[in-house]
Design a protein around this ligand. Structure first.
Ligand code: ASP
Length: 431
């Protein structure tokens, strides 16, 4: 009977049972049991998703470019995609900045909570700061420098180098398109043949999803810091959540309505499975395989558009991350009584936009890049200790916003180019 449930119910069941089971085991002090017997299944699931991420990004981007009839069509899609990514990200940070300046969550944290948080997390924060400064002279333009690989095999063997893989895939696809001869035909056919095989692999991996997610959530429940630490930053958490909620459930549907004149509800209904997966894995890259499959097969976005926009979006378009970085930076400044004038806030807007582009699509990447945002506006990085405890749950939520943004943009672009299969979108079968 469970086998017949739609995928979003199975994933939801995995989340609920994982939270319940994890809570009970935590109460009985069985963290060790969880670590030995349950956590490994979560790790296996995440590894399966990561295993397929690089091949799917590479193959789908090359395939999507070579499928374009003309270079003009491809150039038009690229321009529109980049414009959509940048404008939605700027909008996201702006929403965050407006809300954090109105609610002023930094004023709600009392002196004793500040001391407790600083003492509890200063070691973790110091480790993070060191890991960022170890990465040579990290600058605000690092994301652009890092996009160009010096060795493509190193890039292909490292999941955190997705931007480099994309760069290389774009060059290969573009070159094939420019040559278009009988000699390149076998290569094009190879990529065309590989694509459905990878999609099948994703289907197989997803059979394991409910169990993997159950294991991830059970593990998470045994790692949550105690409530007294979280109390002091409650209003900060609510501020981020409010911003993410507005951006995800008001801004995106409005964009769909305004730019396509279509009802956003059917699209949003079909998003639930990968939104839940993003929520439970905190990784846009790990969610990408399912995001692509759902967007093409269930939302009806043309394969060529989805194969180009989604891998790129998962890596560079992170509205949730940029919104969170804007709120977090101002919150830390408020809590440490550092005044931020309009120029400083503009600087946050600019750096958070770039930092979200540079953030890898993996858990906690946004927190790491926040270090750069803070440094640019002169807020002490040690202030990260204030937000550390809440980072994981907020990461789960911002990742959900990140993937929703990518799919919203791919749907709008496809709709405007007349490339949505409405039969698929309106079909109710949802397994
Ligand atoms: N976890 C996020 C993602 O994968 C990135 C972040 O940490 O904000 O989209």
């Amino acid at each position: 009977m469970i086998g017949k449930l739609a995928i979003h119910w199975k994933i939801l069941l995995g989340i609920i049972m994982g939270v319940g089971f994890g809570y009970i085991l935590n109460c009985f002090g069985l963290q060790h049991f969880v670590k030995n017997w349950i956590t490994p299944f979560g790790i296996i699931f995440i590894n399966l998703l990561k295993m397929i991420a690089v091949p799917i990004v590479f193959v789908s981007i090359v395939k999507s470019i070579t499928d374009f009839k003309s270079f003009e069509n491809f150039a038009q899609l690229s321009k529109r995609t980049l414009f959509a990514f940048i404008s939605t990200t700027i909008f996201a940070v702006s929403i965050g900045l407006v809300i954090v300046n109105i609610l002023k969550p930094g004023n709600f944290i009392d002196a004793s909570s500040k001391v407790e948080l600083m003492n509890t997390f200063n070691k973790e924060v110091a480790d993070k700061i060191n890991s960022v400064s170890e990465q040579k002279d990290i600058s605000i333009l690092s994301p652009i420098i890092d996009a160009v690989p010096s060795n493509i095999f190193l890039a292909l063997s490292d999941n955190s180098k997705m931007l480099q893989v994309i760069f290389f895939a774009l060059l290969i696809g573009f070159s094939i398109m420019k040559i278009k001869s009988t000699e390149t035909k076998p290569v094009v056919e190879f990529f065309n043949g590989l694509y459905p095989i990878l999609m099948k692999v994703i289907d197989l991996i997803m059979l394991f999803a409910p169990f993997g997610i159950f294991a991830l959530m059970t593990t998470l429940m045994t790692e949550i810091p105690n409530f007294s630490v979280l109390k002091g930053i409650f209003v900060y958490g609510l501020t981020v959540i409010l911003g993410l909620f507005i951006h995800t459930f008001i801004f995106y549907p409005l964009c769909i309505y305004i730019f396509t004149k279509k009802n956003p509800l059917p699209v949003f209904k079909k998003m639930i499975p990968f939104q839940l997966l993003a929520f439970s894995t905190s990784s846009s890259a790990a969610t990408l395989p399912l995001t692509m499959e759902r967007t093409v097969e269930h939302i009806g976005v043309d394969e060529d558009i989805a194969s180009f926009v989604l891998p790129l979006g998962a890596t560079v378009n992170m509205d949730g991350t940029s919104l969170y970085q804007g709120v977090a930076a101002v919150f830390i400044a408020q809590a440490l009584n550092i005044p931020l004038n309009f120029e400083a806030q503009l600087m946050i807007l600019f750096t958070a936009t770039l930092a979200s582009i540079g953030a890898a699509a993996v858990p906690s990447a946004g927190l790491l890049m926040l270090i750069i945002v803070l440094a640019q506006v002169g807020i002490p990085e040690a202030g990260l200790a204030l937000i550390f405890a809440l980072d994981r749950p907020l990461d789960m939520l911002r990742t959900t916003t990140n993937v929703t943004g990518d799919v919203t943009i791919s749907y709008i672009l496809a709709e405007r180019m007349g490339k949505v299969n409405h039969k698929k979108l309106l079909e109710s079968t949802d397994n």
